[in-house]
Design a protein around this ligand. Structure first.
Ligand code: NAD
Length: 276
Protein backbone atom coordinates (compact mmCIF):
# COMPACT_ATOMS: atom_id res chain seq x y z
CA UNK A 1 0.00 0.00 0.00
CA UNK A 2 1.24 3.50 -0.77
CA UNK A 3 2.58 5.23 2.32
CA UNK A 4 0.16 8.16 2.02
CA UNK A 5 -3.01 6.23 1.19
CA UNK A 6 -5.91 7.85 3.04
CA UNK A 7 -3.91 11.01 3.80
CA UNK A 8 -4.72 14.54 2.74
CA UNK A 9 -2.41 17.39 1.86
CA UNK A 10 -2.21 21.02 0.79
CA UNK A 11 0.49 22.41 -1.54
CA UNK A 12 0.79 26.15 -2.07
CA UNK A 13 2.10 27.64 -5.31
CA UNK A 14 1.47 24.56 -7.42
CA UNK A 15 0.74 25.94 -10.89
CA UNK A 16 4.34 25.40 -11.97
CA UNK A 17 7.86 24.53 -10.88
CA UNK A 18 8.64 22.84 -7.60
CA UNK A 19 5.04 22.99 -6.41
CA UNK A 20 3.90 20.71 -9.23
CA UNK A 21 6.69 18.30 -8.31
CA UNK A 22 5.64 18.21 -4.66
CA UNK A 23 1.97 17.75 -5.58
CA UNK A 24 2.75 14.97 -8.05
CA UNK A 25 4.97 13.19 -5.51
CA UNK A 26 2.30 13.30 -2.81
CA UNK A 27 -0.47 12.15 -5.15
CA UNK A 28 1.66 9.33 -6.56
CA UNK A 29 2.26 8.23 -2.98
CA UNK A 30 -1.50 8.02 -2.42
CA UNK A 31 -2.51 11.36 -0.90
CA UNK A 32 -5.54 13.39 -1.90
CA UNK A 33 -4.75 17.06 -2.30
CA UNK A 34 -5.86 20.65 -2.45
CA UNK A 35 -3.34 22.61 -4.48
CA UNK A 36 -3.57 26.33 -5.10
CA UNK A 37 -1.86 29.21 -6.84
CA UNK A 38 -2.50 32.78 -7.97
CA UNK A 39 -2.19 31.50 -11.53
CA UNK A 40 -5.34 29.92 -13.00
CA UNK A 41 -3.21 27.20 -14.59
CA UNK A 42 -3.33 25.42 -11.23
CA UNK A 43 -6.76 24.05 -12.12
CA UNK A 44 -5.40 22.28 -15.20
CA UNK A 45 -2.41 21.00 -13.19
CA UNK A 46 -4.84 19.53 -10.66
CA UNK A 47 -6.91 17.87 -13.37
CA UNK A 48 -3.78 16.37 -14.95
CA UNK A 49 -2.45 15.06 -11.63
CA UNK A 50 -5.84 13.56 -10.76
CA UNK A 51 -5.91 11.75 -14.08
CA UNK A 52 -2.29 10.60 -13.78
CA UNK A 53 -2.58 9.28 -10.24
CA UNK A 54 -6.25 8.44 -9.70
CA UNK A 55 -6.24 10.60 -6.58
CA UNK A 56 -8.57 13.46 -5.71
CA UNK A 57 -6.65 16.64 -6.58
CA UNK A 58 -8.53 19.91 -6.24
CA UNK A 59 -7.02 22.98 -7.88
CA UNK A 60 -7.94 26.41 -6.51
CA UNK A 61 -7.01 29.89 -7.62
CA UNK A 62 -6.05 31.59 -4.36
CA UNK A 63 -3.53 34.12 -3.12
CA UNK A 64 -1.66 33.00 -0.02
CA UNK A 65 -1.15 36.61 1.04
CA UNK A 66 -4.93 37.10 1.39
CA UNK A 67 -6.51 35.82 4.57
CA UNK A 68 -9.88 35.08 3.00
CA UNK A 69 -8.23 33.00 0.28
CA UNK A 70 -6.23 31.02 2.84
CA UNK A 71 -9.38 30.31 4.83
CA UNK A 72 -11.16 29.21 1.65
CA UNK A 73 -8.34 26.77 0.81
CA UNK A 74 -8.31 25.23 4.28
CA UNK A 75 -12.11 24.98 4.39
CA UNK A 76 -12.04 23.19 1.05
CA UNK A 77 -9.46 20.68 2.29
CA UNK A 78 -11.54 19.96 5.38
CA UNK A 79 -14.81 19.63 3.49
CA UNK A 80 -13.56 17.70 0.50
CA UNK A 81 -10.67 15.69 1.95
CA UNK A 82 -11.80 15.35 5.55
CA UNK A 83 -8.64 16.71 7.17
CA UNK A 84 -5.03 17.75 6.67
CA UNK A 85 -1.98 15.53 7.22
CA UNK A 86 0.64 17.29 5.11
CA UNK A 87 1.18 20.97 4.40
CA UNK A 88 3.84 21.96 1.86
CA UNK A 89 4.60 25.67 2.18
CA UNK A 90 6.03 26.05 -1.30
CA UNK A 91 4.57 29.31 -2.66
CA UNK A 92 7.31 31.87 -2.90
CA UNK A 93 8.00 34.98 -4.85
CA UNK A 94 11.09 36.79 -5.94
CA UNK A 95 12.05 40.13 -7.41
CA UNK A 96 15.20 42.17 -7.73
CA UNK A 97 15.38 44.46 -4.68
CA UNK A 98 18.59 46.49 -4.71
CA UNK A 99 19.39 47.71 -1.18
CA UNK A 100 19.76 51.25 -2.58
CA UNK A 101 16.38 51.37 -4.32
CA UNK A 102 14.09 54.34 -3.52
CA UNK A 103 12.49 54.19 -0.08
CA UNK A 104 8.92 53.87 -1.39
CA UNK A 105 10.00 51.07 -3.71
CA UNK A 106 11.72 49.24 -0.86
CA UNK A 107 8.59 49.36 1.28
CA UNK A 108 6.41 48.16 -1.60
CA UNK A 109 8.88 45.35 -2.34
CA UNK A 110 8.82 44.37 1.34
CA UNK A 111 5.04 44.01 1.26
CA UNK A 112 5.12 42.08 -2.01
CA UNK A 113 7.72 39.55 -0.93
CA UNK A 114 7.02 39.22 2.78
CA UNK A 115 3.23 39.04 2.39
CA UNK A 116 3.68 35.89 0.31
CA UNK A 117 6.89 34.30 1.59
CA UNK A 118 6.25 34.90 5.30
CA UNK A 119 2.83 36.28 6.20
CA UNK A 120 1.12 33.94 3.76
CA UNK A 121 3.06 30.99 5.11
CA UNK A 122 2.17 32.03 8.66
CA UNK A 123 -1.54 32.39 7.89
CA UNK A 124 -1.78 29.10 6.00
CA UNK A 125 0.13 27.18 8.66
CA UNK A 126 -1.88 28.70 11.51
CA UNK A 127 -5.11 27.84 9.72
CA UNK A 128 -3.98 24.23 9.15
CA UNK A 129 -2.37 23.40 12.50
CA UNK A 130 -5.57 22.96 14.56
CA UNK A 131 -6.71 20.34 12.04
CA UNK A 132 -3.34 18.54 11.93
CA UNK A 133 -3.11 17.97 15.67
CA UNK A 134 -3.36 14.36 16.73
CA UNK A 135 -3.22 12.95 13.18
CA UNK A 136 -0.78 10.14 12.68
CA UNK A 137 2.48 11.54 11.24
CA UNK A 138 1.42 15.09 10.42
CA UNK A 139 4.05 17.13 8.56
CA UNK A 140 4.70 20.73 7.66
CA UNK A 141 7.38 21.11 5.01
CA UNK A 142 8.71 24.65 4.55
CA UNK A 143 10.46 25.38 1.27
CA UNK A 144 13.56 27.40 1.98
CA UNK A 145 16.90 27.63 0.19
CA UNK A 146 20.43 26.27 0.43
CA UNK A 147 22.14 29.49 1.45
CA UNK A 148 20.56 29.45 4.91
CA UNK A 149 22.99 26.57 5.52
CA UNK A 150 26.16 28.66 5.62
CA UNK A 151 28.36 25.96 7.07
CA UNK A 152 28.29 24.21 3.76
CA UNK A 153 26.81 26.50 1.15
CA UNK A 154 29.66 28.97 1.01
CA UNK A 155 27.58 31.49 -0.87
CA UNK A 156 24.31 33.29 -1.07
CA UNK A 157 22.03 35.02 -3.51
CA UNK A 158 23.29 38.30 -4.96
CA UNK A 159 23.00 41.35 -2.66
CA UNK A 160 20.30 42.88 -4.84
CA UNK A 161 17.91 40.21 -3.65
CA UNK A 162 18.04 41.37 -0.05
CA UNK A 163 14.33 40.91 0.67
CA UNK A 164 14.08 37.44 -0.84
CA UNK A 165 17.20 36.57 1.14
CA UNK A 166 15.72 37.95 4.32
CA UNK A 167 12.46 36.06 3.81
CA UNK A 168 14.26 32.73 3.52
CA UNK A 169 16.48 33.37 6.54
CA UNK A 170 13.33 34.21 8.49
CA UNK A 171 11.86 30.81 7.63
CA UNK A 172 14.43 29.33 9.99
CA UNK A 173 12.59 30.98 12.84
CA UNK A 174 9.29 29.40 11.90
CA UNK A 175 10.77 25.95 11.29
CA UNK A 176 12.69 25.95 14.56
CA UNK A 177 10.01 27.41 16.82
CA UNK A 178 7.10 25.45 15.36
CA UNK A 179 9.03 22.17 15.48
CA UNK A 180 9.63 22.68 19.18
CA UNK A 181 6.11 23.81 19.95
CA UNK A 182 4.17 21.38 17.79
CA UNK A 183 6.08 18.24 18.74
CA UNK A 184 3.64 17.54 21.56
CA UNK A 185 0.79 17.67 19.03
CA UNK A 186 2.51 15.12 16.81
CA UNK A 187 3.24 17.62 14.04
CA UNK A 188 6.73 17.55 12.55
CA UNK A 189 8.13 20.68 10.90
CA UNK A 190 11.12 20.54 8.56
CA UNK A 191 12.51 22.71 5.78
CA UNK A 192 13.96 21.73 2.43
CA UNK A 193 16.86 23.99 1.52
CA UNK A 194 17.73 23.42 -2.09
CA UNK A 195 20.13 24.97 -4.53
CA UNK A 196 19.29 25.62 -8.17
CA UNK A 197 16.32 23.50 -9.21
CA UNK A 198 14.78 23.65 -12.66
CA UNK A 199 11.67 25.83 -12.54
CA UNK A 200 10.26 28.94 -14.21
CA UNK A 201 11.58 31.03 -11.30
CA UNK A 202 15.13 29.82 -11.95
CA UNK A 203 14.84 30.06 -15.73
CA UNK A 204 13.52 33.62 -15.53
CA UNK A 205 16.91 34.64 -14.19
CA UNK A 206 18.47 33.87 -17.59
CA UNK A 207 17.94 35.43 -20.97
CA UNK A 208 15.27 33.64 -22.97
CA UNK A 209 14.71 31.26 -20.07
CA UNK A 210 17.73 29.21 -21.14
CA UNK A 211 19.93 27.82 -18.41
CA UNK A 212 23.66 28.29 -19.08
CA UNK A 213 25.14 24.99 -20.31
CA UNK A 214 27.24 24.40 -17.18
CA UNK A 215 24.14 24.83 -15.00
CA UNK A 216 21.85 22.89 -17.36
CA UNK A 217 24.15 19.89 -16.91
CA UNK A 218 23.82 19.80 -13.14
CA UNK A 219 20.61 21.61 -12.21
CA UNK A 220 18.43 19.62 -9.82
CA UNK A 221 14.91 18.57 -10.75
CA UNK A 222 11.62 19.11 -8.87
CA UNK A 223 11.10 15.32 -8.77
CA UNK A 224 14.29 14.97 -6.72
CA UNK A 225 13.01 17.49 -4.17
CA UNK A 226 9.66 15.70 -4.09
CA UNK A 227 11.43 12.43 -3.29
CA UNK A 228 13.40 14.17 -0.53
CA UNK A 229 10.12 15.49 0.93
CA UNK A 230 8.57 12.02 0.75
CA UNK A 231 11.58 10.54 2.54
CA UNK A 232 11.02 13.01 5.39
CA UNK A 233 7.37 11.96 5.62
CA UNK A 234 8.22 8.26 5.32
CA UNK A 235 10.31 8.47 8.48
CA UNK A 236 6.98 8.32 10.30
CA UNK A 237 5.70 9.97 13.45
CA UNK A 238 9.03 9.43 15.25
CA UNK A 239 11.00 10.98 12.41
CA UNK A 240 13.10 14.11 12.48
CA UNK A 241 11.71 17.56 13.18
CA UNK A 242 13.12 21.07 13.13
CA UNK A 243 15.73 20.36 10.47
CA UNK A 244 16.92 22.37 7.53
CA UNK A 245 17.56 19.63 5.00
CA UNK A 246 20.04 20.70 2.34
CA UNK A 247 20.29 19.72 -1.33
CA UNK A 248 23.28 20.95 -3.30
CA UNK A 249 23.82 21.05 -7.02
CA UNK A 250 26.30 18.38 -8.05
CA UNK A 251 25.75 16.23 -4.97
CA UNK A 252 23.46 13.28 -4.33
CA UNK A 253 20.03 14.43 -3.14
CA UNK A 254 19.46 12.35 -0.05
CA UNK A 255 18.08 12.73 3.44
CA UNK A 256 21.17 11.77 5.39
CA UNK A 257 21.35 11.06 9.09
CA UNK A 258 19.39 13.08 11.64
CA UNK A 259 21.18 16.09 13.05
CA UNK A 260 21.87 16.92 16.67
CA UNK A 261 19.98 20.02 17.83
CA UNK A 262 22.58 22.75 17.20
CA UNK A 263 23.18 21.47 13.69
CA UNK A 264 19.56 21.49 12.65
CA UNK A 265 19.50 25.15 11.78
CA UNK A 266 22.99 25.65 10.40
CA UNK A 267 22.91 22.43 8.41
CA UNK A 268 26.38 21.22 9.31
CA UNK A 269 26.92 17.89 7.70
CA UNK A 270 30.43 17.50 8.94
CA UNK A 271 32.46 18.69 11.87
CA UNK A 272 34.45 21.78 11.06
CA UNK A 273 37.43 22.91 13.08
CA UNK A 274 37.07 26.50 14.17
CA UNK A 275 40.31 28.52 14.37
CA UNK A 276 41.49 29.04 17.95
N1 NAD B 1 13.97 26.93 -8.20
C1 NAD B 1 14.98 27.07 -7.36
O1 NAD B 1 16.16 26.98 -7.75
C2 NAD B 1 14.71 27.31 -5.89
C3 NAD B 1 15.78 27.24 -5.01
C4 NAD B 1 15.57 27.44 -3.65
C5 NAD B 1 14.29 27.69 -3.20
N2 NAD B 1 13.24 27.77 -4.08
C6 NAD B 1 11.90 28.01 -3.52
O2 NAD B 1 11.04 27.00 -3.99
C7 NAD B 1 9.68 27.50 -4.01
C8 NAD B 1 9.09 27.23 -5.39
O3 NAD B 1 9.88 27.94 -6.33
P1 NAD B 1 9.90 27.67 -7.90
O4 NAD B 1 11.32 27.74 -8.29
O5 NAD B 1 9.08 26.52 -8.25
O6 NAD B 1 9.22 29.05 -8.35
P2 NAD B 1 8.12 29.38 -9.43
O7 NAD B 1 8.04 30.88 -9.48
O8 NAD B 1 8.42 28.69 -10.69
O9 NAD B 1 6.79 28.81 -8.76
C9 NAD B 1 6.26 29.41 -7.60
C10 NAD B 1 4.75 29.36 -7.68
O10 NAD B 1 4.22 30.08 -6.55
C11 NAD B 1 3.11 30.84 -7.01
N3 NAD B 1 2.85 31.97 -6.14
C12 NAD B 1 3.57 33.12 -6.05
N4 NAD B 1 2.97 33.98 -5.22
C13 NAD B 1 1.85 33.37 -4.77
C14 NAD B 1 0.81 33.76 -3.89
N5 NAD B 1 0.78 34.98 -3.34
N6 NAD B 1 -0.18 32.89 -3.64
C15 NAD B 1 -0.20 31.65 -4.22
N7 NAD B 1 0.76 31.25 -5.08
C16 NAD B 1 1.76 32.09 -5.34
C17 NAD B 1 3.51 31.26 -8.40
O11 NAD B 1 2.40 31.69 -9.19
C18 NAD B 1 4.18 30.02 -8.93
O12 NAD B 1 3.28 29.15 -9.58
C19 NAD B 1 9.77 28.99 -3.66
O13 NAD B 1 9.47 29.14 -2.28
C20 NAD B 1 11.24 29.31 -3.93
O14 NAD B 1 11.68 30.40 -3.17
C21 NAD B 1 13.42 27.59 -5.42
Amino acid sequence: MSSLAGKAGIVSGAAQGLGVGFARGLAQEGADLVIFDIQPGVEQVAATLAEETGRKVIGMVADISRRADVERVVASALEQLGGIDVLVNNAGTWRDTPPDSPFEQAVADWDFIMDTNLKGLLMLSRACVPHMKGRDNANIINISTYYVLPAKSGGTNPPNTDLYNASKWALNGFTDAWAGHLAEDGIRVNALCMGATDSPMLRNLFEGGRLPPDLADVVMQPEQMAELMLDVIREGADGRTGENIGAWVGEPVELGPRKVPHERITGFNQRIELPR
